[in-house]
Design a protein. Structure first.
Length: 263
């Protein structure tokens, strides 16, 4: 049996990376197998991923990060995470987590005739994706994963069709940091509607105790950064700061990922 539906690029990436819930992943793979070129597209994506890793092995990138980070000046007091300024976005995308599109696929992730609504399949919501750089290979960190001072992490998001977003973090000292958009911007950043998108900088965790919590706030329309920062600051320092939602309007979707800090 064949299907007129063509799996969009953003979903093909998530299938290849295994980033869907098990039942949803199985259903997506079954639909992909019914498409005339579905399995061939998946194989091409996986082959390109392997080729990229061969060209830019994670151990090499880890050495590059360490070498460049050692030349950095001390960060400004505002930051409790030290930006790894020398980590080029292309290296972050290729080595900290790999999102590679086969030649000829469109950046929008939408096949001809598809609309933006395809990103709102049942059960799909915005999410944060965080990888920790390691000598052997990048390690994806789940909510509640252990982390420590000196860990270099790459933060990424999946917009799932939302158009604008803000990413902040709160730590065990009660400090709040704006990760996206850039410091000084007053409006939420425009989001790439599909695929996993890395922020332009990786970060080195500092020695703040107990936890580092990253929060992604997204919406279908532009919104201001200030209310998100105000909500994060209102939450910081409270006993439930590592898990409680921000107090924000209902039109804003929020997801978070907390890293448990250890000595």
């Amino acid at each position: 049996m064949t299907s007129a539906h063509r799996t969009p690029d953003w979903l093909l990436e998530r299938i290849a990376q295994g980033e869907l819930p098990p039942a949803e992943l199985a259903a997506a793979r079954a639909r992909l197998a019914e498409e005339p070129d579905g399995l061939a597209r998946l194989a091409a994506l996986e082959a390109d991923t392997r080729a990229t890793l061969e060209r830019l092995p994670p151990a090499r990138v880890a050495r590059e990060v360490e070498a460049r980070a050692s030349r950095l000046e001390s960060p400004r007091p505002f930051f409790r995470l030290s930006p790894a300024w020398g980590l080029v976005p292309a290296l972050a995308a290729a080595a900290l987590f790999v999102v590679v599109r086969p030649a000829g696929q469109v950046d929008s992730g939408l096949a001809p005739g598809d609309t933006q609504d395809v990103t709102r399949i049942k059960g799909l919501a915005p999410q944060l994706v965080i990888h920790r750089q390691a000598a052997a290979r990048p390690e994806r960190l789940a909510d509640g994963a252990a982390a420590g001072a000196g860990d270099v992490v790459q933060v990424a998001y999946v917009a799932a069709g939302r158009s604008h977003g803000v990413i902040v973090s709160v730590d065990g000292n009660g400090a709040v940091t704006l990760h996206a958009p850039e410091e000084g911007d007053t409006q939420a950043m425009p989001l790439a509607p599909s695929g996993t998108q890395a922020l332009s900088r990786a970060y080195e965790l500092d020695a703040a105790p107990h936890f580092e919590r990253f929060i992604f706030v997204a919406s279908d329309a532009p919104f201001e950064v200030a209310p998100v920062l105000a909500a994060a600051r209102a939450l910081s320092g409270k006993p439930d700061a590592s898990s409680a939602p921000l107090s924000l309007p209902g039109n804003l979707t929020q997801v978070s990922l907390t890293l448990e800090k250890h000595e």
